[in-house]
Design a protein around this ligand. Structure first.
Ligand code: GDP
Length: 445
């Protein structure tokens, strides 16, 4: 996400960093670059104007002229202002004092509402909630079915009208669902509503009626980050028609230029609350304006990385491994296999690596990174017997040949893996003697 914007801004600042003094011409040249980069990223013109105006004014002020490193100071100003247009503080879900908390989803057809309903349920479950999904999208023939599919992936109950009971009235379905939630003790109700390809009055009226019927604690407007310049008009129409309390940006994983992200919060004054970054249940994160600004300026996002690790790692497994290491036992390939499974559960490795500071200089390697590499490594380890995994020293030439055949790969690939594994093992020993490092996280090959 934001790759090209991020690369352009990073290049612009590189030219600025070493300068001891900044002339007005330097500042203006920088502002021009920023302006072009934002426009090319499809950020709405009024937002670009306001943003560059504020950056320019601050960059020419005494705070910069007197700074030890004026170039660095300008980067900080851009960072601050980016946080500003992304909405400032992190905005978390407001839960109702008395459950159920009702979250209604609105947006155009194809924006990603149904997928989001599943992701939200999955995310809430990890936090100990009992979410229920409501199919109030009765427009699209397949919508109820699709919600049932995402519901089962998230392990959440789906309330939908019985098939064969006519088309059904979405407002009534939404109303009824509140009673169901109360009687079955679901504490969060996520109401999926119908979208249309374009903005139309009937759609808005229906969404407004559902809103009136369920009195939601949150109304989330879901917008496809790829729609570019249309983002502002669509967001404004939904703000007038239904009104919403927060924004969800979907498809931020695409090759999108990200303009919607940078325009919608500023234009509507409503916070971005979540970002959707893929089709999987875990491709979803809480939106933090400050961390997103850091990512755009290639300063990484270690906090999100750690949080995702904490959410998915099995604490018992990690503790078991730590005990083993502390007891002076070697980390073996069985441990390696369970670590691989844990890492895979965190989602895309490419995405995780993208959160490491300074990664933009490795963009090409990152883009070429093949996620299936993890599966290939796993296939090799799975082709070993448990004894071999526990004692890699057993792996002589003929065993390696057998393993390569079993995993559908070459002996060279098996050798490479074993080489990297023995390096990782060495690192674990060093960590043990020297302390430090991340517990339970061996060096990834
Ligand atoms: P709805 O009409 O608003 O309910 O949209 P859907 O949830 O049906 O999503 C439309 C399409 O976009 C589906 O094919 C989804 O798999 C896909 N989709 C949804 N969210 C994301 C996302 O964050 N990233 C990507 N790449 N695809 C997504």
């Amino acid at each position: 996400m934001f790759n090209s914007l991020s690369d352009r801004l990073t290049t612009t600042f590189k030219n600025l960093r070493g300068k001891g003094r900044l002339s007005e011409a330097d500042v203006d040249a920088t502002i021009r670059e920023i302006r072009r980069a934002l426009l090319d990223a499809d950020v709405a013109l009024p937002v670009v104007r306001a943003f560059t105006g504020r950056v320019r004014e601050r960059a020419l002020s005494a705070e910069v002229a007197q700074a030890l490193n004026p170039g660095q100071q300008v980067v900080k100003i851009v960072n601050d202002e980016l946080i500003g247009i992304l909405g400032g503080e992190t905005r978390r879900v407001h839960f109702a004092k008395r459950p159920p908390t009702v979250i209604m989803l609105a947006g155009l057809q194809g924006a990603g509402k149904t997928t989001l309903a599943g992701k939200l349920a999955h995310w809430l479950k990890a936090d100990g909630h009992r979410p229920m999904l409501v199919a109030a999208d009765l427009q699209r023939p397949n919508a109820v079915n699709q919600l049932e599919v995402v519901g089962s992936r998230a392990g959440a109950y789906v309330y939908a009208p019985e098939p064969g009971n006519g088309v059904g009235d979405p407002v009534q379905v939404a109303k009824d669902s509140m009673e169901v939630a109360k009687s079955k003790l679901y504490d969060v109700v996520i109401v999926d509503t119908a979208g249309r390809l374009g903005i139309d009055e009937e759609l808005m009226r229906q969404a407004a009626d559902i809103r009136a019927a369920v009195d939601p604690d949150e109304v989330l407007f879901v917008i496809d980050a790829m729609i570019g310049q249309d983002a502002v008009a669509t967001a404004e129409a939904f703000q007038q028609g239904v009104d919403f309390t927060g924004v969800v940006l979907s498809k931020l994983d695409g090759d999108s230029r990200g303009g919607a992200a940078l325009s919608v919060a500023e234009v509507t004054g409503k916070p971005i609350m979540f970002a959707s970054t893929g089709e999987g249940m875990t491709d979803f994160e809480q939106f933090h304006p400050d961390r997103m600004a850091d990512r755009i300026l290639d300063m990484g996002d270690i906090l999100t990385l750690i949080e995702q690790a904490e959410r998915t790692f099995d604490k018992k497994e990690a503790e078991k491994l730590q005990k083993k290491v502390e007891a002076g036992e070697d980390f073996d390939l069985n441990d390696f296999l369970s670590q691989m499974a844990a890492i895979k559960k965190m989602g895309s490795l490419k995405k995780m690596m993208g959160m490491i500071p300074g990664m933009s200089q490795y963009r090409e390697q990152l883009d070429n990174f093949d996620e299936r590499e993890v599966d290939r490594i796993e296939a090799i380890v799975r082709s070993m017997t448990p004894q071999e995994r526990a004692n890699p020293k057993l792996l002589n030439g003929s065993r390696r040949a057998r393993i390569a055949k079993g995993a559908g790969t070459t002996v060279t690939a098996v050798n490479q893996l074993m080489e990297r594994f023995s390096q990782a093992q060495k690192m674990m020993r060093q960590m043990r003697s020297g302390g430090g490092g991340m517990p339970g996280m061996p060096q990834m090959p």
